[in-house]
Design a binder for this molecule. Sequence first.
Ligand SMILES: [Zn+2]
Length: 444
Amino acid sequence: MTLRHIAYLWVTVGFLTAMPSYGQDIVIKHVTLLDGTGSAPFVDVWVATEGDRIQAIGTGAAPSGKVEINGSGKFLIPGLIDAHVHVGGGRLRVAEGTDAEARHTAVVSSLHGYLYSGVTTVFDSGNLADFIFPLRQQERDNEIQSPRIYATGGVVTSLGGYGSGPGATVIGGENDLVVLDQHLDHQPDMVKILLDPQGRRGTPEAPIFTQDLLTKVVQRIHARGIRTTVHIPTEAEARLAIESGIDALAHLPARSDMSDEFVGYATARGIPMATTLAVFSNIARVADNPEMFDAPLYQATLTTADRVKRKTTERQRYMSSGMSSFFSGMLPAMQRNLYSLYQGGAILALGTDRSVGPATHQELRLLVDSGLPEADVIRIATLNAAAYLGLDSDLGSIEVGKLADMVLLSADPLEDIDNAQLISAVVKGGKVIDRQALQLPVNQ
Ligand SMILES: [Zn+2]
């Protein structure tokens, strides 16, 4: 036996004997893995975690773990990521007559509802800074049960522009750029900029940044190493934003059909775009179909009072303000644009512009109903959404070395995307979430 043989033997034996004693925390065995990268399913594999990361993935004899889960007949996907939410409870802090208890309930049902629904990461795309940043810190300090929270805090907009109300950073000209620094001191994970001359009703009403000023705003944010995203209504504003150096779009151009030329332009620049069909679809469809808020996942995670409010006063407000019919008219163009972008190879990222976990599943459904294959929709809801946040080296897929955020499903989501609602376990950061201990109506 040569020295080389001995070395080889030692490595082999070392590998084999070391396997069961790595000290894995969780081992999921005999599972079908949909790893989030869009590759074909891996059948009958095991996935092992150590600490908060994926430690190994293999076939055949599995290592032992502190927690062993039989994944036979089940499907493992990465934790879902909603790249455009507004965590519930934030706005209630300023609403008159809202007591602390109601706020707390709204926050808890929002955060616990996401976890219950298999959403392990959210990007809060606009909220009160003094609400969302402390909440983000509590999540990072492990003080609350919550999906990972990434947040923009207040939005950035032009003087007199859309969204220039309380909490916004308003910039009228180059001399105002310094006010950005105060906002950046909160260390937003991404900065959200508004660029919408039409506002909520689609009528021209508000001044927007010039390309020159927007470029300077983006450069000042980039100088701190922070990414940017932008709210835009049409292809024209989207192009202006991309030319100014913006990193992502918080919505698809929605208010009219997009040109093929724009699809090529945006795709070539690799700009991730949040899909946000759910906000438009919900507000449009609530007029005719208020019962959508009685779907099982809504019943499980929202109080009866909350669902009644959505079906009555909120519905009335959307109908009488004209938003329901306005969004209803926009939705078909939005779905066509989504499909063109998909076909053109754009980086689509799941986002809902809503505040609750069940909406994330509505978005999955809407993406499939727009013509996208289930396998790609899962990637859009995981790895692409991580890319939107610039976090795809750590999050969004089940690969060795990545954070162990995973959802075990009892039926195949490639067969029916609604099967993503049939959740048998949620793992966040290498810990199994006790779904029955979440403070939700389903557990009361
Ligand atoms: Zn939004």
